[in-house]
Design a protein around this ligand. Sequence first.
Ligand code: MTE
Ligand code: MO
Length: 235
Amino acid sequence: MRTSAALPPGQREIESFPRFGLTPFAVRFPKAIDAIKVQIAGDVESSLEVGTELDALARVEQCSDFHCVTTWTHRALRWSGIRFSDFYRQVVVPLARPSAQATFVVLRGQDGARSSLPLEDLLASDVILADRLNGEPLTIKHGAPLRLVAPAHYGYKSVKHVNRIEFWTTSSEYRPVGFRFMDHPRARVAYEERGQWIPGWVLRYLYRPLVRPTMSRFERTLKDHLKSIGRGEEP
Ligand SMILES: Nc1nc2c(c(=O)[nH]1)N[C@H]1C(S)=C(S)[C@@H](COP(=O)(O)O)O[C@H]1N2
Ligand SMILES: [Mo]
């Protein structure tokens, strides 16, 4: 959640909120942004797709800081949507009936991006499936039509354009998008869990030089994409 005082270890505040990610995703975009459709799968009794079922859940709004693993932080974003815990308890459990041991959760986005988190982390009250940012519907830039927001974890866990969520009893089948060392199973910002095997503070120096070029690349490819689909500039 929002911390008005010190930033987490190794983080630096920036004024902009850039479109960001691993390089291959700079040129991949969501195709279906007008309606929310999420597949629920994994070790469940019935796999299914949900959409309007989510409209029945209580809407919540929260202000939180966003911390990218490459060390930039953008403060005080106002997200709104539904709590992941409500989604799990009121939609996933009754409709999909996941195994009680299916606590390894994989979230996938329309652009092929993915991340995993333990179910327990996703059930925290500040983890939401957001469809609005700062009072407006999500743009393509920030994850339309639906994205995860898990403020206590590095940004790479907050999958954009979410269209599939899987509940597994084991993590053995899962392959992260980048190199393994870049994927920490929990990636908690407060503990600087940036990656695996390499200490978080070392990764700060490895990642920092990548920030500027990545931002420019993601900005350029978005501009081209919006032009190609006949949409104007996004805020
Ligand atoms: N689908 C998808 N989700 C994604 C990414 C991505 O490229 N594609 N990048 C991740 C990373 S590394 C970060 S820091 C945040 C960036 O969110 P933003 O682009 O809204 O700033 O999204 C995360 N979720
Ligand atoms: Mo990131």
